[in-house]
Unconditional design. Sequence first.
Length: 98
Amino acid sequence: MKRYRIANKFRFTVFTACVLLALSLIIGNLTGMDRAYSDPEKTYVSVEVVSGDTLWDLARTYGPSDKDVRLVIKDICAINDVSAYTLVPGQNLLIPQS
């Protein structure tokens, strides 16, 4: 059996690093790790506040049905910079749909 000897350790190291980099890029491409996904575009509905409306009622009525009402209220407050104490009749609120 013939034994090989590494003549130039630097060239061998660079070659090995290039091969490993190429293999990782190929494997990443084949497994889909090179793709980036974004969140779907958010949609909003504009609602005018009337006397007697509460954030809870607005979130339950106009918000997404698959999301916790408390999280929808938090989103409404963050988007519109309001709180339950600052709602005024005639005010327009954006309520997230998705």
